[in-house]
Design a protein. Structure first.
Length: 66
């Protein structure tokens, strides 16, 4: 009740439905990002590992032209 009264006080300056809509949209976007990151982390965990030094060896081979 108190919150509703405060909202009524500022209804001329604040479009409450638009503010609430924007808040919900942002929360949905945030949840979607978190979901995407979780799925990516799971995919990364499933990638095969390579022996230590592989990247350095590839860079060296590329530099040497082999």
């Amino acid at each position: 009740r108190e919150l509703k009264e405060k909202m009524q006080k500022y209804r001329d300056k604040i479009n409450w439905s638009e503010e609430i809509r924007r808040f919900i949209e942002n929360k949905i976007l945030e949840a979607e990002r978190e979901n995407t990151l979780s799925r990516l982390e799971e995919l990364i965990k499933q990638l095969p590992t390579v022996p230590r030094g592989t990247a350095a060896r590839y860079v060296r081979e590329d530099r040497d032209g082999n």
